[in-house]
Design a protein around this ligand. Sequence first.
Ligand SMILES: NC(=O)c1ccc[n+]([C@@H]2O[C@H](COP(=O)([O-])OP(=O)(O)OC[C@H]3O[C@@H](n4cnc5c(N)ncnc54)[C@H](OP(=O)(O)O)[C@@H]3O)[C@@H](O)[C@H]2O)c1
Length: 257
Amino acid sequence: MGVRQARYPDLNGRVVVITGGSRGIGAETARAFARQGSAVAVLGRDEKALAEVAEELRADGARALGLVADCTDMAALASAVDRIERELGPVDVLAAFAGGDGYPVPTARETEEHWRAVLDGNLTATFLTVRAFLPGLLARRSGSIVTMASTAGRLPSGASAAYAAAKAGVLMLTRQLALEVAAEGVRVNAIAPGAVRTERTAAQMPPEAQAAVAAAHPLGRLGEPEDISAATLFLASDASSWITGQTLDVSGGRVIV
Ligand SMILES: NC(=O)c1ccc[n+]([C@@H]2O[C@H](COP(=O)([O-])OP(=O)(O)OC[C@H]3O[C@@H](n4cnc5c(N)ncnc54)[C@H](OP(=O)(O)O)[C@@H]3O)[C@@H](O)[C@H]2O)c1
């Protein structure tokens, strides 16, 4: 079943940054903002994939920029901020979506190195991304930040404890920050997706596994990247102007069972 994308006229002309925009949920979210008339910067580590997404957006008439920036590297993020502001203008919306590696690891066999990498790649990367873009949003006293959690950060699941802890950390970072900056006109909300079918997850899950995972979601299907982009547009737009510090579970009801 397709997802109907609403129109948000206020997003037309807004400058939107999407980390993790080179593929998967982030790339689809970039397309969704471009269709609203937003100018879009996609950040990630894969230069070729970023260039392809940016080219596709430009071919569809959007102002778009693909920038290599590892979100665990503050200096790389700082130069991305400079370049985006120079080429697209001041940032209005930040979708801090970079992250991943929720593969199951029994805690008894977890390594210190992998634990630190997962925390770094999800929680610290989200903090550094927010830290890099927040001063600009605060200076203009407006903006919306959307962070990326997961059902794994809401309830125990098959993911590694490191991923669960990192995504739960993203949720508390989101709520804490929302309270800090609310009076300064900046909103901060999180999306917590259930299992979403991206190129990566589709390649990793044989059809029987996909059916089993779909059945664990009360609405009986896997999520599509469009389910997440639809929620992101809403949280970015003025349609949600009285909503901050919230977690939007986009998970087919996964967290109610
Ligand atoms: N798919 C799901 O079922 C699901 C469910 C819940 C939550 N999520 C979360 O949603 C987000 C996107 O997931 P996805 O499934 O779309 O994943 P994906 O297809 O594997 O894409 C991950 C994206 O994050 C980027 N990224 C990862 N680490 C980065 C870093 N250190 N610096 C910059 N970019 C980085 C990747 O960029 P490069 O490839 O260019 O390096 C890529 O664009 C992740 O935070 C994930 O944890 C996904």
